[in-house]
Design a protein. Structure first.
Length: 202
């Protein structure tokens, strides 16, 4: 990514169809759309950084700016495996939230100016407050019920939820790992404050 101005970057863009990627999450997925493969190739030619943003409608083949949500995730490409002449499997690591400022290129791949969005910090006092501890306990109890009812939540996912004391990370981790409508996931991604973000998951 080339710096354009303070906290704003010029980055290739992956328009995600039916998938939302959160910061600090590792994810593997397949893709074969030409503009997506070309954006990935551009990222690999430079610093392996790319902006992931979800499409509003999955049926749009060549999205413009109006077809994309404003908030997405800056990510680092950690591995690429070519499955066929047209399809690739990519492993990424989400780095941080970012806002789409302007989609200035759509061919041969999407490219945009994006602005990093620092997460709203929690004071140590608020992080350790009874209110925060109660929200964490409520979240863990509800997640345990969900895991039991669904029957297909991996043990390591449940363990991470039960051990996590960071409301912001916990919200992102749950949203990344459970079945949820993409617009609900998007609302969690768009919330910068950790406490309200975790409340969105309940």
């Amino acid at each position: 990514m080339e710096a354009v101005e303070s906290a704003t970057w010029n980055a290739p863009v992956l328009a995600m169809r039916g998938l939302t990627v959160f910061p600090h999450m590792n994810l593997t997925f397949d893709m074969e759309r030409k503009i997506s493969v070309a954006a990935l190739e551009r990222a690999m030619e430079t610093d392996q950084n790319i902006f992931l943003v979800t499409q509003r409608e999955i049926g749009v083949e060549v999205p413009g700016e109006k077809d994309l949500y404003e908030i997405g995730t800056l990510a680092h490409v950690t591995q690429v495996l070519r499955l066929s002449p047209t399809a690739v499997r990519v492993m990424i690591e989400g780095r941080g939230r970012a806002r789409l400022r302007r989609l200035w290129q759509t061919d041969p791949f999407l490219q945009a100016h994006v602005e990093e969005l620092p997460e709203t910090s929690m004071s140590e006092a608020f992080r350790n407050s009874p209110r925060t501890e109660a929200l964490l306990r409520q979240t863990m109890a509800l997640f345990a019920e969900y895991a039991e009812l669904s029957g297909n939540v991996p043990d390591e996912v449940t363990s991470t939820v039960m051990d996590c004391k960071d409301p912001g990370y916990l919200a992102d981790f749950i949203a990344q790992n459970i079945a949820m409508r993409h617009d609900d996931k998007q609302s969690i991604l768009e919330e910068l404050a950790p406490f309200p973000r975790l409340r969105h998951c309940l």
